[in-house]
Write a protein that binds this ligand. Structure first.
Ligand code: SF4
Ligand code: SF4
Length: 194
């Protein structure tokens, strides 16, 4: 895919990886997440390269952009595509290997990232097609199941005598709590690739 800004980590390239052409939604082509784009020559590249839609031209996955991301996250090896977005890190898992995120070293990375991004009120999100799982900084996950087109989630920090924990619930996109100051976090922005 495209190699524009931001910069690609030296030594990294798409090569024979075409996984983003499967796991991401491309609205311009009415292509849902989790199915191969009909324009993709799997393992080779795009058959409409010069006419590919803008999202395909501008997309760079987290593996290409993140110098801190280990080589094990190469998408066609991990069977997952990392996407860095304002609301955190979304991990788009190949539906053909839906439990890939549970394997090591991936699961440990996800738990660590969840704690790190919590400091900036962001989330680590596992997306398997339209199924969404949020990795919790206190440990464990919340599986929200399949999100409908008009649904998203909100997450909020709860305090008790035993400490702080993140609560994540599924809501409609017009839920007023999504925009509440200091309440929901990382939730008002819907990932463009769902
Ligand atoms: S997932 Fe990343 S490495 Fe693979 S083809 Fe897409 S942009 Fe390139
Ligand atoms: S149009 Fe090309 S680059 Fe875009 S998803 Fe399809 S195969 Fe991939």
């Amino acid at each position: 895919m495209e190699t524009s800004t931001p910069a690609i980590v030296p030594g990294r390239a798409c090569g024979s990886c075409t996984l983003c052409c499967k796991v991401l939604t491309i609205h311009e082509l009415a292509k849902p997440s989790g199915t191969w784009c009909p324009k993709c020559a799997v393992g080779k590249g795009c058959t409409i390269y010069s006419e590919r839609p803008t999202p395909c031209r501008t997309f760079l996955c987290g593996y290409l952009m993140g110098a801190q991301i280990s080589e094990s996250w190469r998408p066609n090896r991990a069977k997952m595509v990392l996407v860095f977005e304002d609301q955190g890190i979304t991990v788009h898992v190949d539906p053909g290997t839906p439990m890939a995120w549970r394997n090591e070293p991936y699961y440990s990375d996800l738990k660590r990232w969840s704690s790190e991004v919590a400091a900036v009120r962001a989330n680590v999100i596992i997306a398997i097609g339209r199924r969404v799982i949020v990795v919790l900084p206190q440990g464990g996950e919340t599986d929200l199941g399949i999100l409908a087109e008009d649904e998203w989630f909100l997450s909020r920090e709860l305090s008790s005598f035993s400490g702080k924990r993140l609560e994540v619930i599924k809501v409609k996109q017009d839920d007023p709590r999504l925009g509440a100051q200091g309440g929901a976090r990382g939730a008002a922005l819907k990932p463009r690739h769902f």
